[in-house]
Design a protein around this ligand. Structure first.
Ligand SMILES: O=C(O)CCC(=O)C(=O)O
Ligand SMILES: [Fe+2]
Length: 245
């Protein structure tokens, strides 16, 4: 696949996502709050997307993390219409993840269910004033990091999101591990380092997820971030399904 940002549409992304063993992947995601898809994007596509960081016309805003004490490094939110591969990722992932999102809400006693298509969910966001697109491209240099956070942008939150590593560890950069923490009620937090290679995607819980306990399920709170880069440059593509106020 050599999907270029200017191509439309990107059938190869949709077909790669369709080819995934979803029952196995969803059961891993349900059990651990995150799961990896290896080699979702090939290296050429990763390089092509990362190179678009400089293409200002694609973005609605740029965030310098240090200004907000979010970390060091920067990111840019895409504007609508999204580049074809980003649009393809968002609309192909969503219907695969919505059934698990719906189960999680039932198990957590949250009275919200997600529609079957991303288009319908976006209409809900947009009606509530969450109209600004949230997919983003991140760039880190040596010494940069991303503090533990949650990507919540309003009342409407889709509980799963995807991040794709566009750079190759050990070659393009060192350090810069994607990390997840899990805060359990009345217990100390757990941390997980997600071992991503270039083109790998991690799907993870945005905010809370249910964990089966001895007396029904309880909620754990998830946060994600990136450890300090020791050297080089690292790009990531973030796919968040709710839009922002
Ligand atoms: O650069 C990363 O791996 C983290 C990206 C991130 O925070 C996100 O996609 O929401
Ligand atoms: Fe994030």
């Amino acid at each position: 696949m050599h999907a270029r940002l200017t191509d439309s549409p990107s059938p190869s992304i949709a077909s790669r996502i369709d080819a995934i063993d979803w029952p196995a992947l969803l059961s891993d995601l349900d059990a651990r709050g995150n799961t990896i898809i290896q080699g979702l994007l090939d290296p050429a596509s990763c390089r092509d997307i990362a190179a678009q960081y400089a293409n200002e016309s694609l973005y609605r805003s740029r965030v310098v993390m240090a200004r907000h004490h979010f970390g060091l490094g920067e990111y840019k939110y895409f504007r609508y219409p999204l580049p074809a591969p980003v649009q393809a990722l968002r609309s192909a992932f969503y219907p695969r993840l919505a059934p698990l999102a719906n189960q999680w809400n039932v198990r957590m006693g949250i009275d919200v269910q997600y529609p079957a298509t991303h288009e319908a969910f976006l209409a809900r966001c947009h009606d509530a004033g969450q109209t600004r697109p949230t997919p983003l491209l991140l760039r880190y240099g040596a010494g940069d990091y991303n503090c533990l956070h949650q990507d919540l942008y309003g009342e409407h939150v889709f509980p799963l999101q995807v991040a794709i590593l566009l750079s190759e560890p050990s070659v393009d950069f060192t350090g810069g591990e994607f990390v997840l923490t899990e805060q359990r009620p009345r217990m100390q937090s757990r941390v997980e380092v997600v071992p991503l290679r270039q083109g790998d995607a991690v799907i993870f819980a945005v905010n809370q997820r249910p964990v089966a306990g001895t007396r029904g399920s309880y909620r754990v709170t998830m946060r994600h971030g990136v450890s300090r880069l020791r050297s080089g440059q690292r790009h990531t593509l973030g796919v968040i399904f709710h839009d922002a106020h």
